[in-house]
Structures are given as structure tokens and as C-alpha cells.
Design a protein around this ligand. Sequence first.
Ligand SMILES: Nc1nc2c(ncn2[C@@H]2O[C@H](COP(=O)(O)OP(=O)(O)OP(=O)(O)O)[C@@H](O)[C@H]2O)c(=O)[nH]1
Ligand SMILES: [Mg+2]
Length: 371
Amino acid sequence: MNIDSAAGPSTEKKKPVVIIAIGMAGAGKSTFVQQLTTHLHAKSPPEPPYLLNLDPAVVNTPYEANIDIRDTVDYHEVMKQYNLGPNGGILTALNLFTTKLDQVLEIVEKRADNVKYVVLDTPGQIEIFTWSASGAIITDAIASSLPTVVAYVVDTPRSTAPATFMSNMLYACSILYKTKLPFIVVFNKTDVEPHGFALEWMQDFEAFQAALATHHGTTDSDGEPTYMNSLMNSMSLVLDEFYKHLKAVGVSSVTGAGMDEFFAAVEASREEYEKEYLPELARARAQREATLQKKKDESMNRMMKDLAVDRERNPRAAALDLWDPNEEEDEDDGGEMDIIDRNEDPWPGQYIDLTQARHKDDDPTVWPRPA
Ligand SMILES: Nc1nc2c(ncn2[C@@H]2O[C@H](COP(=O)(O)OP(=O)(O)OP(=O)(O)O)[C@@H](O)[C@H]2O)c(=O)[nH]1
Ligand SMILES: [Mg+2]
């Protein structure tokens, strides 16, 4: 998929924005995705988003996904066949799904003219998506074709302790630096705990340090700040710089409060993507291609030199070493499994089990779990 191909030259229509919902387990990602959908459906005219569920282990999603990883990979079967636990199962399911990413991108691209938003719900175990090769491949592939923004969903009621708040923000920071994408911190569950304290801590590090000082367990028996307290004080200064690059909004995925602010932040992120991410992407791509070309040229030169020396030493073998086009074999095996676009095909009602896509049916290999 090409950066320039999603919108035709004749259309003034904006490309859809991809929103990737990431967050700690139970932060409310799926409920947030559902609320986004409700909000967009309620617009006049309605703007239904295109929804992708990438959580293979979820039992029920509170929304109707257009593409669901569970249609392609049976997570329980993956665990059984590869002898894995739940996390390994999710990771392997995601890896298997990624092998079909080209199909997913094709389907999403087809919808690009008719939708304004594409929303991705990610697995509960945040590290599986943010630190796996497949997570990075999915994110990079999507971000290189459509404006993409990360919605980092935070469980606000569970982040009122300064230490928890800081560890959540450090995680957000690591995702920002890894993806380099426009980033919106979504303080969720504001119906339970308003997010004012979080905004204050982000805007004024002295307020955060004051909260830290008054919080239980931050001074030792002599009244001196503990090691943890000093560490967090220093880190809050580092995070202060990070906060400047963030947009933060408070929402309730249950009541729908704050959704307009969230979408305003998404629009601002679209501009940020076009001004900052795209040029950086093009620069990185050009650099990668130049490096690759240089390596190719070098190895080609080396090979030609080696060949010349070989032929000089052994002219008879060189005369015999000719290419015979009749010997060429072009085998393309491996099962072809298709991604299901629920809008297009009638739901077949059964899993297409990617784990069955082995080269030989009678292959008795059992994949042992590493010790
Ligand atoms: N009060 C309140 N509860 C919420 C809100 N958003 C989510 N929840 C609740 O939080 C719990 C977790 O929500 P999910 O949407 O499943 O969270 P998740 O991040 O998708 O969870 P995993 O995918 O399992 O990590 C559920 O009980 C939701 O009802 C909110 O805005 N307010
Ligand atoms: Mg979920």
C-alpha cells in the first residue's frame, strides 16, 4: 500500500484516520471503542467507523467488528497445538494473523473512501502488542498508509496514586518513542474519578511533587524522602518534557462524556501526522532504501569478482555451469487462508484455522515449549 494511493487525485476527501486503542488490561479499551462507535453512529449523517478487533482471547466484544482476528485464528487451538500458555497463545495468534496483513490492508484500503475512522482494539496484555514484532509490523504498515494516532487508554480511578500514575506515564512514554506516532492520552472512567488531578500533575510538576511528598510511604522513619521518592522526583522532571508532546483528554466510555474533545484531539493529530510523521517516514524510507542499495551493490561487486576468479581458475567447470530453464521449478505451496470482511461475505460460521496451514498434513512435528 502506498502513502499517496489512499485518496485519489480527483477527490478532495480526507483519508480516514486510524485510531489504535492501546492500554493496560482492563483500562477500558474495548468499552472505549464501543463508545466511539456509538458516538459516530449518533452523528447526522452517521459516520460508522471501520472496526478491527485484534484481541484473539476476548470472549465477547461490546461492538460488532468488521474484521475480527478471531475469525482467522482460533486462539484455543493455537494454545493446544503449539503447547502454549495464554500469553504465548495470544502472541502466536497475532503472529499468524500478521501473515495475512496484506489482505487486511487491502480490505481497509477499499473502505478508505467511505469511512472517516478506522479503529483498532488491541489485546489486553499491552506488552504483547507494543513489544512484539507483529504489533510493530501491524502498526508500521497501517501508519505508512493512513494517518494513524495512538489512543492510550488510562484507568483514571486506578492512577490516583502518584507512583501508579508515573509508571503508567512511563509506559505511555515508551510507546510514544517506539511508535513515534501522534499520541492522545485518554483518561477513561471519568464518571468514577474526574481526571482533573492528572491534568494538573502533567501541567505542573511541582503539583506532582507536592502530591508525592504527601503520599503515604514516601518518607522513611526519620522523615527523609525515600529512594523511590527521590527517583520519582527526578523522573517527573524528565516526564515534564514528554508531557509537552502529548494531548490529554478525559472521557467516560460508559456515559460518553468527553468524546467531542477526543475527536478534536484526533483531528489535531491528523495534522501532526501529516506535518511530522509523514516527512520523517519518507526520510527513513529513503535512507533505508539507499543503505539497502549500497549493500546490494557491494555484495554484487564482490560476487562478480569471486566469479571472475573462479572462472579463471577452472574454465572447464565454468563452461558446464550453465542455467537450464527447463529445470526451473516454481512451487507455491502452503494453504491460502483468507481474511474475512464481515461486511462483504456471509459469515461462514466456522473458524479458518491458520494453524492447519502446514506444508504437509502428516507432519508429526509437535512444537515443544522452550524450557
Ligand atoms: N465506570 C466505568 N467503567 C468502565 C469504563 N470503561 C470501561 N469500564 C469498565 O471497565 C472494565 C474493563 O473494560 P474493557 O472495555 O473490557 O477493558 P479492556 O481494556 O478492553 O480490557 P482487556 O481487553 O481485557 O484488557 C469493564 O467492566 C467496563 O465496564 C468507564 O468509562 N466508566
Ligand atoms: Mg478489551
